[in-house]
Design a protein around this ligand. Structure first.
Ligand SMILES: Nc1ncnc2c1ncn2[C@@H]1O[C@H](COP(=O)(O)OP(=O)(O)OP(=O)(O)O)[C@@H](O)[C@H]1O
Ligand SMILES: [Mg+2]
Length: 441
């Protein structure tokens, strides 16, 4: 099947050349000479990748980008920029563009970017659909999720409240072989102390006052599937030993029963507490921590991935408009700027709530600053998300990158060629990174 590429560019000559180059390389191409025409073709023809110029009359490239993020967020959009307008390209990237290509266009680079966009598009399977965000750090998280889903190892997910730990856990379940099995969630903080053991391992009728009949318990309910232990840091210390035993022996003994029952469960756990300092304070068992933390996934705070704020906002606007039976609302640039500047202590959950409120209170067709809460508009300087420079993102990425490499290496018994294959990079690229981070077995 030929991949469909839509080109939007008002310089007719350039448009013809780009079309020719792409067609010669086996792509199906349609062209448009301004944004409005481009949006029409996009809607009807459903291309796999869109490439657009920025400065066009009457409808420019930023409008096309906005349209795309809202209606076809899965389609990569590449920006064509005139020489010297790199700043606008960076703004476009922050707003969710996939990449940019500067004019005059180098044909080899053009083909490479299109190929890359198609690979990335292909890689986002259904299991990751609910996880919105295309920032570098989110792309790495998605890669990690697919990798972790392919093994039986326990995964500890950490991150502040509202960063998407549960949504990541569900994606790991969906992306793995256990997807046909159940996903059972136990919130260790929400269950009274005296009931947790029975909640996890079940009980026999008459095992204690009130045990009127046999109960299966979460481990057996999750048999052949995934058990998600949420707020694991709140598990009482006396139960931690029992949990460790269950995880290590792959058997459980219901309260009041005499013989153990085998179970096959993949354990995911999540916390926003620092388990390492809890271990130091003797509140969490180190042996259990190492068992649960075979691999770990860190969900970054929203302020550490500002590039995702725009995409998440569009996603939630669309979601709530559908839910409340409204036509999809637009949002002004000013309102979006406010959202992008705020530091979001409550992370994605807080952004979701703010958008829900804006959709409810907006009676016209566009969300403006008037629909946003006062506290996020008038923020103190220290709460502001000062436009973070790239280095900070790279810093965050470095941690994720190391995480990913360690996991791949462990999965492949430290065979570098196999690990490189799993990661989709060359062996020398892997070696370079291992040296860079000083990783050795
Ligand atoms: N990347 C994302 N894409 C879409 N929705 C997200 C994303 N991250 C978080 N959310 C949404 O934000 C809300 C909070 O996410 P979730 O419950 O997974 O967070 P959490 O880290 O488990 O929070 P807590 O520590 O408070 O339990 C949910 O409604 C979830 O759907
Ligand atoms: Mg949670």
């Amino acid at each position: 099947m030929k991949h469909k590429i839509l080109l939007i560019e008002d310089e007719k000559k350039l448009l013809r050349i780009l079309k020719l180059v792409l067609e010669e390389n086996g792509y199906k191409v349609k062209t448009a000479e301004d944004g409005g025409q481009g949006i029409d073709i996009w809607t009807q023809w459903k291309p796999c990748v869109v490439m657009t110029d920025l400065q066009m009359q009457p409808v420019g490239g930023m409008e096309v980008l906005k349209f795309g993020r809202l209606n076809f967020p899965e389609v990569p959009l590449i920006i064509l920029t005139a020489f010297g307008s790199i700043k606008t390209a960076v703004t476009a990237m922050k707003n969710g563009a996939f990449d940019f290509l500067s004019k005059p266009v180098d044909h080899k680079q053009l083909l490479e970017i299109i190929e890359h966009a198609l690979v990335v598009k292909k890689k986002d399977p259904k299991s990751l659909e609910d996880l919105i965000g295309s920032s570098n750090v989110m792309e790495l998280i998605k890669k990690n999720i697919l990798l972790f889903a392919s093994t039986n190892s326990s995964v500890l997910i950490n991150g502040e409240s509202g960063t998407g730990k549960e949504i990541a856990a569900r994606a790991i379940h969906q992306a793995g072989e256990r997807q046909k099995g159940p996903f059972v969630k136990v919130n260790c903080a929400a269950i009274p102390r005296e009931l947790i053991e029975s909640e996890l391992f079940g009980h026999k009728k008459g095992a204690f006052t009130g045990a009127l009949q046999d109960r299966k318990g979460a481990f057996r309910q999750a048999d052949h599937g995934v058990l998600f232990l949420d707020e694991i840091g709140d598990l009482p210390i006396e139960l931690q030993a029992k949990l460790l035993h269950a995880v290590e022996e792959k058997t459980i003994t219901p309260v009041g029963a005499s013989s153990p029952i085998p179970v096959s469960v993949k354990i995911l756990s999540a916390t926003n507490l620092n388990l390492e300092s809890m271990i130091a304070a003797s509140k969490f068992r180190a042996d259990l921590y190492y068992r649960l933390n075979t691999v770990s996934l860190h969900m970054p705070a929203l302020r550490d991935k500002p590039a995702d704020i725009c995409e998440l906002s569009f996603f939630f606007i669309k979601k709530f408009c559908q839910e409340f039976d409204k036509p999809v609302l637009k949002i002004t640039d000013n309102a979006m700027r406010v959202l992008e500047k705020y530091s979001w202590p409550g992370n994605v959950r807080q952004l979701k709530n703010v958008i829900e409120r804006a959709v409810i209170t907006c009676s016209q067709d566009t969300i403006t600053c008037d629909h946003l809460p006062e506290n996020i508009k008038h923020i103190k300087p220290e709460q502001q998300l000062i436009s973070r420079n790239m280095d900070e993102n790279i810093f965050d990425m470095a941690a994720q990158e190391q995480n990913l490499m360690m996991c791949a290496l462990e999965q492949c018994g430290w065979n570098q060629s196999s690990a490189a294959k799993v990661l989709g990079i060359t062996r020398s690229a892997l070696r370079y990174r291992l040296q860079k981070y000083g990783i050795a077995k």
